[in-house]
Design a protein around this ligand. Structure first.
Ligand code: SAH
Length: 359
């Protein structure tokens, strides 16, 4: 018999569903707490619900939960978890401790359609969107596996996928995570990172539950960005920055501009000065991401001296700048390194990545 997936339901949908089945609505809150706050997925263990109700629920619902295939912990305590979804697709989620908060890095798609020239996930292509329940499911699994059900954590949507290319599921997931009967994650603890899918970015600007925004800029001219971030050919740098200028940023908050640093490509003093000029009039901070090199990626990481010189030029002109410390590189959990072998599709890049020794 077909059972509805409770993991996909927000609280209102769950209430509605119980009511349709002839059960009191208030049980929805109890159920939501069991699933999200306590990571319990067996109805038999939901001890504050009557035995008959538990039986009826087990017949009507399933609670799909990503299955942990493998967990790797890096020397810096970063943990990468490989998860298998109900249809067999694989995704990765990362736990990054103390930066200064504990942070979960979540995937929003299986693969990614954006094809940024320096990103391994992009090499996979897009396989499918994640559902809201699968995005939230990563948090349910991570909190359970890492013993963090009682802990505070931040969330960055910086795993596999482009969150604004899967808008509805991402926003529903944020609402589900925010629910006070679940984990009550404040949207201020969530950062959504995007290449700048403009119509979706404009829509995000009107959301009641607004995460922090990070924009993957990576270039300072249209030509340069066209080459590195192909979606720039459709939604260009200038329009993206104009949208950022209009974006409602709360008091004392800023938009983060991520800038991957590629040796001799976008790392010159002139790039640094141009970057500052572009960000004029935007409440911005810059996060430099020295490239995480990988086989199949035709770029090199600049020297630390070059990165520091670039950072100094930006800082001297009054823009806050930080250099992202690369975490979990020994387990290939760092930015742009999330790639999984799928049972259905295995691209040449994936095959290559699977053969490589972990550096
Ligand atoms: N699609 C979203 C979410 C991915 S976030 C986005 O692009 O913003 C991951 C961040 O890591 C992005 O800024 C991405 O451009 C960056 N990144 C990708 N590959 C990288 C690499 N090899 N080295 C360093 N950063 C990389």
């Amino acid at each position: 018999m077909y059972r509805h997936d409770l993991a996909e339901m927000d609280l209102a949908e769950l209430e509605q569903s119980l009511e349709t089945m002839g059960h009191p609505r208030f049980h929805a809150r109890q159920l939501y707490q069991w699933v999200h706050k306590r990571a319990v997925t067996d109805f038999a263990d939901m001890t504050d619900l009557g035995r008959d109700l538990r039986g009826a629920l087990a017949e009507a619902f399933r609670i799909s939960t990503p299955e942990v295939v493998r967990q790797e912990t890096s020397s810096d305590r970063t943990a990468k978890v490989l998860l298998r979804l109900e249809d067999g697709q694989l995704i990765e989620s990362v736990f990054i401790p103390d930066t200064p908060a504990n942070t979960f890095c979540l995937s929003t798609q299986v693969g990614c359609a954006m094809k940024c020239g320096f990103c391994l996930t992009g090499k996979m292509g897009i396989i499918r969107n994640l559902t809201a329940g699968e995005i939230v499911g990563q948090v349910r699994v991570l909190t359970r596996e890492l013993g963090m059900l009682q802990s505070r954590f931040n969330i960055v949507l910086m795993g596999m996928g482009e969150p604004l290319h899967n808008y509805d599921a991402v926003m529903k997931a944020l609402r589900m995570l925010n629910d006070e009967h679940g984990l009550a994650v404040n949207p201020r603890r969530v950062t959504l990172s995007t290449v700048g899918v403009l119509p979706a970015l404009e829509r995000l600007a009107t959301e009641p539950l607004m995460p922090n925004l990070a924009v993957s800029l990576h270039a300072t001219t249209e030509d340069q960005r066209d080459a590195l971030v192909p979606i720039n050919r459709k939604y260009g740098l200038k329009d993206l920055l104009d949208a950022c200028r209009r974006f409602p940023v709360k008091r004392r908050e800023r938009i983060t501009f991520e800038y991957v640093m590629l040796k001799d490509v976008n790392d010159t003093d002139e790039d640094a000065r141009r970057l500052v000029r572009l960000l004029n009039g935007i409440k911005a901070k810059v996060n430099l991401l020295p490239l995480n090199e990988a086989a199949g990626i035709p770029y090199e990481r600049p020297s630390d001296a070059r990165v520091n010189r670039f950072a100094k030029i930006v800082a001297d002109r009054g823009v806050t700048v930080s250099v992202r410390k690369s975490r979990g590189r020994d387990i290939r959990a760092a930015c742009g390194q999330l790639i999984t072998e799928s049972t259905r599709l295995r691209s040449p890049a994936q095959q290559l990545a699977a053969l490589l020794p972990i550096s």
